[in-house]
Design a protein. Structure first.
Length: 591
């Protein structure tokens, strides 16, 4: 019904977004990384809705997957209840059923039918029309996200490994697979063969008696090659990728997975040109694999969507029409919509008044992956305060991101106080130059605790923060949010997406492709400066390839600009001028 979805936003920011938007037909994605978070949100929403709550203790058997299943079942129950109540509401009384239709895009047949129904006088014909409209209504999907490589091994109280099927990612997948949801699991952050193979064990990912997929697989990808490799791996197991969600490498929120200089426009072009061949190639693998497993032949649909840095209706429409995308994802702007996401009031006001320099790509993540950060967050303030007080690092309570065994037998987190104390001590006793020691210490202390920081806002907003619990908020919006400077209603943001209003009317904003290009040029510049003293041949070749890919992208955009038909001539001329300036900036980078 809608042409966009709301992607996953950190751990806590979209953890209950379906309860806020699904009844209006808007799909969204919930993170299920943190089973402690989902258990507390299950208790909160059970209490709010007068439902019984029986806690699932962390110490119990298979507690992680059971907690996730219980929470997803609660979301499904509450969304279904909301939706059925909405469908029974009378029309034309300013109620949620009218809001449902008013939020739809103009091209929607249901929206057009609603407007036509309003022209009818009261009577039997109008009632028939209303019944038809109710029958056409659909709720938004409750999709879930699993970061495939965030897959910590777990041990029991006696220190015994609990087994491969109880690692974090696999237990989360089981929690989703055993839930009542009819929706998708979005697998992101690379390929995990163990997780992908575990999908085989759940029948819900295979066609049912009606040749329908009750649970679907979505891959979040950054380029065509990796998408095809992952999809072929799954197809050989009789598992179908129902959607590829292409995300900009740097112009996105959360963790940033930079490509080797391959820009979004050329990536979308490759998907467009190779889409049909890819589907046939995957079906040739998928259908025999289905037959081997006793399933009848099926040819499921396959969608492709794009997200990361979209800011205007014109960009959204161009992506869907020119590149034949089935949908778009709008993420970070929804952090400014209190009705849709969990952003505490203090952080919300800081975001709304922030400038471009307040958002930056950092090395803050313990995963060792670039991470979009916000300099005015209370989490960043706390990090600097701890350093100033001689106590860098965070207590490590949840241990979802433990990975380092440099000093300990069992993995610990690089954002933890334990690791940073040991690493700083080692550096101070090294024979490195003083300035190099400080540089490395700064890199160590840049890491922050994401497990607590990305949940704190949800606890604060819903008033369920426990006594003595850390209330410092970490938030990870994409750089595109800098162009939005206000707090908006859900109606405002949806109206902006569909072009009914323009929230950026007073803002000078380059095209999303130019924004991403400049982010990559800055990334390359920083990468070059980091290797000035010890640039070897291998790294030099990588940097040259990176720069060449960016230049190829610029050449592609020069050819693309005349094909953009839904922008003014002044806009296109400014876009070309911005592109030339970016090209000059790239050429100044000497490798």
């Amino acid at each position: 019904m809608h042409s966009f979805h709301i992607p996953v936003l950190g751990l806590g920011y979209s953890v209950d977004t379906p309860l806020k938007v699904a009844r209006y037909g808007i799909s969204s994605v919930v993170s299920i990384v943190d089973d402690e978070l989902v258990e507390r949100m299950r208790q909160y929403h059970s209490t709010q809705n007068g439902l019984p709550f029986t806690p699932i203790l962390k110490s119990g058997p298979d507690s992680r997957s059971k907690r996730i299943t219980a929470y997803l079942n609660l979301l499904n129950e509450l969304v279904n209840r909301q939706f059925e109540e909405l469908k029974q509401m009378p029309f034309n009384q300013g109620m949620d059923i009218d809001r449902y239709f008013n939020l739809l895009p103009e091209a929607s047949a249901s929206k057009q039918g609603y407007e036509l129904m309003n022209e009818y006088p009261e009577g039997e014909r109008k009632q028939i029309f209303q019944d038809l409209l109710r029958a056409r209504m659909n709720k938004g999907a409750i999709d879930v996200n699993i970061m495939a490589k965030v897959d910590k091994m777990n041990f029991d109280a006696d220190g015994n490994y609990t087994g491969d099927t109880h690692t974090d990612a696999l237990a989360a997948l089981k929690g989703f697979a055993e839930s009542d949801l009819d929706s998708s699991v979005v697998l992101s952050a690379g390929m995990n063969p163990r997780l992908y193979s575990y999908l085989e064990t759940f029948k819900c990912f295979y066609p049912d008696g009606n040749n329908e997929l009750r649970k679907r697989i979505v891959l979040k990808v950054s380029d065509f090659r990796s998408a095809l490799i992952q999809a072929k791996f799954l197809a050989k197991k009789g598992l179908w990728v129902s959607e590829f969600r292409i995300e900009s490498g740097l112009n996105c929120g959360g963790h940033a997975f930079a490509t080797d200089g391959l820009l979004l426009g050329p990536i979308l072009e490759e998907f467009k040109l190779k889409r049909e061949n890819m589907i046939h190639e995957l079906l040739d693998l998928y259908q025999p694999a289905l037959a081997e497993r006793g399933f009848t032949e099926a040819s499921p649909a396959q969608k492709i969507s794009v997200q990361g840095g979209i800011g205007t209706m014109q960009e959204d429409v161009f992506l869907r029409e020119h590149y034949q995308m089935d949908a778009t994802g709008w993420g970070s702007p929804f952090l400014l919509v209190p009705e849709a996401t969990n952003v505490d009031e203090h952080t919300l006001q800081q975001l709304a008044g922030a400038g471009h320099d307040d958002f930056y790509v950092s090395s803050s993540s313990p995963l060792g992956i670039l991470f979009n950060n916000f300099s005015k967050s209370s989490g960043e303030e706390q990090r600097l305060s701890r350093i100033a007080n001689g106590r860098p690092g965070s207590p490590c309570n949840k241990k979802y991101l433990v990975s380092n065994t440099e000093f300990t037998e069992h993995p610990i987190c690089t954002a933890s106080r334990e690791y940073q104390h040991l690493k700083i001590k080692q550096l101070k006793h090294s024979e490195l130059p003083v300035d190099e020691i400080q540089k490395q210490i700064d890199a160590v202390t840049e890491k922050v605790c994401l497990c607590e920081g990305l949940c704190a806002s949800a606890y604060i907003k819903n008033d369920i923060l426990k006594a003595r619990e850390n209330k410092a908020v970490t938030i990870c919006p994409g750089p595109n949010i800098a162009f939005f400077s206000g707090v908006y209603t859900l109606d405002d943001m949806v109206s902006h997406i569909y072009g009914h209003i323009n929230l950026l009317e007073a803002t000078t904003r380059p095209n999303m492709f130019i924004n991403e290009l400049n982010l990559y040029i800055d990334y390359l510049k920083k990468d070059i400066s980091g290797y000035v003293a010890n640039l070897n041949e291998k790294k030099g070749k990588y940097l040259l390839k990176f720069k060449d890919q960016l230049q190829q992208g610029i050449t592609y955009y020069k050819q693309l600009i005349p094909q953009i038909s839904n922008q003014t001539q002044d806009y296109l001329e400014r876009m070309l001028k911005d592109l030339v300036l970016s090209e000059e900036k790239l050429q100044l980078l000497n490798i």
